[in-house]
Each structure stands twice: as C-alpha cells, then as structure tokens.
Design a protein around this ligand. Structure first.
Ligand code: PMP
Length: 362
C-alpha cells in the first residue's frame, strides 16, 4: 500500500494526532485483540474495555506523576461542561476567584457567575488579552482559584502556576497545553482538559481531582454532574465515550514512548522557537499577538500587514499542504497550533513558507 497523504496540520482542535496512534487504531480497527470486534463494538463492561481505561489511567498517572490521592476521570460534555460542573461541585455557598486572561477563562468565569458568586482576581481584557496579569487581587476565603494555563485563542500561556492564598485550592483548565510539559500536580486541586488538542479526539475530557475536593459535592446534584458519584463508578456510571478513551490511551502510550513529558517539552519548545524567530526576524511583517513573556508554546496567533495578505497567506499555505492556519475570528490573522503530535519538521516547513511568502510580498 502506498503511503497515505498526510498534510502539515496546524488545526487548533480537533487537531493532529500522532501518525503511529492512527496506524495502531487502524491495525486494531476490525479485530481488537482477538475479539473479532472493533473497540466501538464491545461493551464498556467487558474485560477488554476495562483494560483500555485502566491502562489509560495508569499511563497518564506515570506521564504526569499524579500522586495516589488524586482520581482520574474520563467525562463527556467538553471542557465547557466543566465550566458549570466545577462551581456546582466545589463552591457550595461561597465565592470563587477567576483569573481572566483570554476567551476561555472569560467563558469559564461567566458560567460560574450564573449559579452563584464568582469574582475576577485579574482581567487582562482591556490590554487585548496579550499578557499575564502583573498582580492578583485574591480572596483569601475563595472556594477555589481558577486559571487557564494556556489561552488557545490569544496564545497566552502560564509557565508557572499562580499561587493561591493558603488553603485555597488551585483549579486549572489545561485543555490546550495538557501533557505538553511536566507540571507539579501536587500544586493543583483540580485539572481538566478537553482531549481534542494534545491528548486525543473530541468527545472526552480528562479530569484530575484531589480526593478531598470530592467531599465538597453537594448531595442533590444530578448524577452525571456529580464528581463524587462519577469518581466512585470509575467514570463508568453510564456508557462512556469508549472510542475516544481508547485513542486517548494510545496517545498517552505514544507520549511515554517518545520519552515522556520532558522530552515532549523540549520538542514543543524547539517548534515554538522556530516560529517566534520567524516572526521576530521579519522586521514587523509578521506581528505576534501575545507579549513576549507570555508567549504560548502551543498556539501562536500572528498578523500580517493587511487582511488581504492574510487571505493570500492562508490560501497559499493551504496549497502547500500547510493546513489550519487561519486565526480565530475574534483575534483575526493567522494562528499556528503546534500540539504534541506535530514534529519539528512541520514547524520548519511553516517557517520556510513564512520567509518565502515575506520575500514575495514584503
Ligand atoms: N478551554 C480551552 C482552553 C479551550 O481551548 C477550549 C476549546 N477550544 C475549551 C475550553 C472548550 O472546550 P470544549 O469545546 O471541549 O467544550
């Protein structure tokens, strides 16, 4: 069989998956481990699926170094449902603090305001969401402090977690930089991430929750919104997204085989450095959105001198098999998403194209 056509995929999510993972899924598609069925056709109560979900959990525990007093859940409803479940479970009658650094933390904050009290510990919107806040106005009695480690649309990333007041749990939406580098999980009480950027296909959200947070869940929540019940059933209260969990598990295995998160972090840094270098050496032809100290390693939004040139850039990039570079409508311009599955060569292809495009149009 000839090699399939694969493009350089800069999609922001759903996004590129490692070729090895897709190939393994393809090889196992019709007959998963001698069952004569695909993973989509077996029971979520079968020993095969039990093996899939338990291995996925064990591999993630190893990858991120997750301590034993944390549970791992595989949930549905996207990261967006977590925006609502979090305050429902963790806030009780109190108030929660949110650091607003871009579209996603702003959306999480708005959802939290619907059913109770939430306050902004900082909000960088007036500066166009280009930076991390210089200082935080923290409530020492907050039910938790929420931040978004990487703002997918504005390309602003936290490399060191904000420090909450003593006793205030730290909660993080890590959707777009999940497993992109090592973190110290013990600093967090709660981490959640939609899988469809670094970790797998759409349809599953990974939640890492410290055991004591589960004690906060009020008694009257519908069971599918109840972290305590979902944890007690091992994410198997009802039919889980079996296929998405399977692929996510293959991605965790792939990440381990690549050398784990320090190795992956090096690769990600090398890719981002290449693109930022092309921006910085362009003499202003390309303009990055985020301020230098807050620049995301995962998502790089940038502008060209005119919208017309941006259209041409997207069109010509596409005809060179560089796909998914059009930016989000709220920021405009271009955005290169450089998730784990992309290799350094893909970033090189982009920067080579950027330099040639500037030569022709600059
Ligand atoms: N948070 C972040 C940081 C995101 O990038 C996204 C999706 N782009 C979301 C939350 C929402 O995720 P979902 O579509 O899975 O609800």
């Amino acid at each position: 069989m000839s090699d399939p056509k694969r493009v350089h995929n800069f999609n922001p999510g759903p996004a590129a998956l490692p070729l090895e993972v897709l190939q393994q899924a393809q090889a196992e598609m019709l007959d998963y481990k001698g069952t004569g069925m695909s993973v989509m056709e077996i029971s979520h109560r079968s020993k095969e699926f039990e093996g899939i979900i338990q291995t996925a959990e064990a591999d993630l525990r190893e990858l991120l170094g997750i301590p034993s007093n944390y549970k791992i859940l595989f949930l549905q409803g996207g990261a967006s449902l977590q925006f609502a479940m979090l305050p429902m479970n963790l806030r009780a009658a109190g108030s929660a603090d949110y650091i607003v650094t871009g579209t996603w933390s702003k959306t999480a904050f708005k959802e939290a305001q619907k059913l109770g009290t939430a306050r902004a510990a900082a909000n960088t919107e007036a500066d166009g969401f280009k930076s991390l806040p210089a200082k935080l106005d923290l409530d020492p009695k907050a039910a938790y402090l929420h931040f978004t480690s990487n703002e997918t649309i504005h390309g602003v990333e936290y490399f060191n977690e904000p420090t909450p007041p003593a006793g205030v749990p730290l909660v993080c939406d890590a959707s777009s930089d999940f497993i992109s580098r090592p973190i110290d999980v013990s600093k967090y009480a709660f981490i959640y991430a939609g899988a469809q950027k670094n970790a797998g296909p759409a349809g599953v959200v990974v939640v890492i929750v410290r055991d004591d947070m589960l004690e906060r869940t009020p008694a009257n929540l519908p069971v599918l919104l109840d972290y305590k019940a979902l944890a007690a059933s091992g994410s198997l209260h009802n039919t889980p997204p079996c296929w998405s969990i399977y692929i996510t598990g293959l991605v965790f295995k792939w990440a381990k085989q690549l050398g784990g998160l320090s190795e992956i972090a090096k690769r990600n840094k090398a890719k981002a450095d290449l693109v930022y270098k092309a921006i910085d050496e362009s003499g202003g032809f390309y303009r990055g959105h985020a301020n230098k100290e807050a620049r995301s390693v995962m998502n790089i939004p940038f502008r060209l001198p005119s919208e017309e040139l941006e259209e041409t850039f997207a069109r010509e990039a596409k005809s060179n098999d560089l796909i998914g570079l059009k930016g989000h409508r709220s920021v405009g311009g271009m955005r290169a998403s450089l998730y784990n599955a992309l290799d350094v060569k893909t970033a090189e292809s982009l920067t080579q194209f950027m330099r040639e495009f500037q030569k022709k149009n600059g």
